[in-house]
Design a protein around this ligand. Structure first.
Ligand SMILES: [Zn+2]
Length: 180
């Protein structure tokens, strides 16, 4: 078996995350850390933020680290009703510790309601602050679940690209031509 901790050598690493939660009445709807006005929210052990969970798993996956359910077990009462930003921050801490930074992220939400497009700028701005990258490096797409029969659920897919923190900076800002 490959050592999962031996991740420091690759210049770039890709990560993928997926999550789903069921709509429930009487709770706030949070997507990407932004509260969206809607009669129903997403149920779950934490605040049910499907996009933050998918992003967290994508970051952890890029490091070949344990996934969100392993690090923050749903059977642990500490995470009941937890703000999902906590989970994302732990993944970001691990990214920094491994010597990487986020190059860009992309995501797709699949849900019948509410419409995400009007809220996408607020979600992008919030994610930009949380992730420490520019809004131009954050993809947010939304689709309705045509023919999937998942009208009562919200689904999120996310991919992230990590680059080495130091070499990536050098590559971007160096004005010197590389040695032949
Ligand atoms: Zn989740």
């Amino acid at each position: 078996m490959m050592a999962a901790g031996n991740t420091a050598k690759a210049a770039i690493r890709i990560g993928y995350g997926w999550d789903s939660h069921e709509f429930k009445s009487g709770i706030p709807l949070k997507i990407g850390g932004v509260e969206i006005p809607h009669p129903q929210g997403l149920g779950g052990h934490s605040d049910g933020d499907v996009l933050l969970h998918a992003l967290t798993d994508a970051l952890l996956g890029a490091l070949a680290a344990p996934d969100i359910g392993t690090l923050f077990s749903p059977s642990d009462s500490r995470w009941k009703g937890a703000d999902s930003v906590l989970f994302l921050e732990e993944a970001l801490r691990r990214v920094r510790e491994a010597g990487y930074r986020i190059v860009n992220v992309d995501s797709t939400l699949i849900l019948a309601h509410p419409k995400i497009v009007p809220h996408a700028p607020a979600i992008r701005e919030h994610l930009s602050k949380l992730l420490g990258i520019g809004g131009e490096d954050i993809g947010i797409k939304a689709k309705t679940p045509e023919g999937m029969g998942t009208e009562n659920a919200a689904i999120a897919h996310a991919v992230v690209l990590l680059g080495k923190a130091s070499s990536a900076r050098k590559g971007k800002f160096s004005t010197k031509a590389p040695a032949a």
